[in-house]
Ligand binder design. Structure first.
Ligand code: F0G
Length: 457
């Protein structure tokens, strides 16, 4: 008999989970103004809010922490991190930052000015925020396939070369760079193919533009290239990563995802002028260049995490757990962004709660119902997160309305996946009884989803 697939690790330290009653959860979510970001973590049983900074570190990473060098300047942990990043990406210049959005802030402070146009594939909300807050425009050039959740195509995160070329043909002088998010979080953790990265590179070269990868989940992207794109099945994950980054000029990184650490980020680039420009903003915003908002020990753990996660066994264990959960949803007939992506399952709330109008935020409603059902906390990646159009101030209903269930790295077992799936099935089975959604009673101008206050209708 062929042995089944199993995790590439065993567990050395555990943390208790807390269960609660439906009545308690109804009270708590009301007190949280129906915003799942406002819940306390001990009011949550299984936390699928995000895969960002929620993973478990390995014994090697904890060991590295003890060796961290906390020198203000010239920390050996920084050089260890820099060497690892250069080995994986080929980028020579590295600036650490305290997380991904800080990397965006530092680099975009140098590159993005009012009126600029930054084309890309479904910019993440902080990326969009850092562009729009500078009175510049993020133009989404994602392939149309990404909008049809039921369409089964291997690289739904791709940039549509025609859309990208159209932006450049018309307004090239306003474009400081192109940004490609790997994997494409907002479109459902969907990967971008190597072929597509090559096409983007060719268009960028034609117009003399540079390309940044928003690389939060670059290893997951490399795994999908290995398993779905012809010619990559025999390559190592590290070889694929190297090839991906050979097509970019620089990267912003949230190390809280594929870096396998709880906090951290960085900028890396092959261009000295970008490095020199960004340096000027690192020092006032983040700190001196050899720590940029990170502890020495955290840089040491990140160096190990990056090396560890770019090994096949580590990333395969992760993706297979997400695929295990997806197979359960298939069994129950629950619609989600297909095929399942790298870090999360994105349930198509518009299809599940099809009687709830967009104005009442179906995905947020589904997130609330799932929490009340079983204490499983998901996250709306939909109309609330999309914010309002900066010019018209209207809600943006043009994209997808999804309930994202993120899987933390190396934290939950497949038994927890079974609980998540069963809870979702219970909500799905009573979906016709859920006829009203929520309305916004208080919101901020940018990134409103974190603090929005809602009322149930
Ligand atoms: N880019 C992508 C693609 C992201 O998913 C995130 C964060 C960031 C940049 C910003 O990084 O959080 O370290 O400042 N995504 C988290 C999430 C918050 O839940 O998807 P950060």
């Amino acid at each position: 008999m062929e042995l089944p697939f199993a995790e590439s690790y065993k567990i050395k330290m555990v943390e208790p989970l807390r269960k609660s009653t439906r009545e308690e959860r109804e009270q708590w979510i009301k007190e949280a103004d129906y915003n799942l970001f406002q819940l306390k973590s001990d009011q949550v049983y299984i936390d699928c809010l995000t895969d960002s900074g929620t993973g478990a570190m390995s014994d090697r990473q904890w060991a590295a922490m003890m060796m961290g060098d906390e020198s203000y300047a010239g920390s050996s942990s920084f050089f260890q991190l820099k060497e690892t990043i250069t080995k994986i990406t080929g980028f020579e210049y590295v600036i650490p930052t305290h997380q991904g959005r800080a990397a965006e802030n530092v680099l975009f402070s140098h590159l993005v000015t009012a009126g600029a146009i930054v084309p890309g594939n479904s910019h993440f909300d902080t990326t969009k925020g850092h562009i729009e807050s500078r009175k510049a425009f993020a133009v989404d050039c994602t392939v149309d396939e990404a909008k049809d959740t039921q369409l089964e195509v291997p690289f739904k995160g791709n940039v549509d070369p025609k859309k990208l070329e159209a932006v450049l043909a018309e307004k090239a002088e306003l474009v400081p760079f192109i940004i490609v998010t790997v994997t494409n979080n907002t479109a459902g953790g969907q990967p971008v193919s190597m072929q597509n990265l090559r096409e983007v590179r060719a268009i960028a070269d034609k117009y003399g533009k540079r390309v940044i990868f928003d690389s939060a989940r670059f290893v997951e992207n490399a795994y999908f290239i290995r398993t779905r794109e012809e010619g990559y099945g025999d390559k190592t994950i590290k070889e694929i990563c190297k090839e991906m980054f050979s097509l970019a000029d620089g990267m912003t990184m949230s190390s809280k995802k594929d870096g396998l650490v709880n906090m951290g980020g960085f900028i890396a680039t092959r261009h000295e002028d970008w490095y020199e420009g960004a340096k000027r903003f690192c020092i006032p915003f983040e700190g001196f260049l050899t720590y940029g908002g990170m502890n020495g020990r955290d840089m040491a753990a990140l160096a190990v995490g990056l090396d560890e996660n770019t090994e096949l066994e580590t990333i395969e264990t992760r993706i297979k757990q997400v695929q295990y959960l997806a197979a359960k949803l298939d069994e129950y007939g629950i619609p989600y962004q297909r095929p399942v992506g790298g870090h999360a399952l994105f349930v198509d709330a518009d299809r599940v709660l099809d009687q709830i109008p967009k104005e009442e935020f179906p995905a947020q409603t589904l997130a609330i119902e799932l929490y009340i059902e079983a204490g499983v906390r998901g996250c709306e990646i939909g109309y609330i997160l999309a914010d309002r159009d900066p010019v018209t101030r209207e809600n943006r209903f043009g994209g997808l309305d999804l309930l994202r269930l993120c899987i933390a790295r190396r934290v939950y077992t497949n038994n927890h996946m079974d609980v998540i799936a069963a809870a979702l099935k219970n909500v799905y089975d009573r979906r016709h009884e859920i006829t009203r959604g929520v309305k916004i009673v208080w919101e901020t101008e940018l990134m409103r989803h974190f603090t929005v206050k809602l009322e149930r209708l």
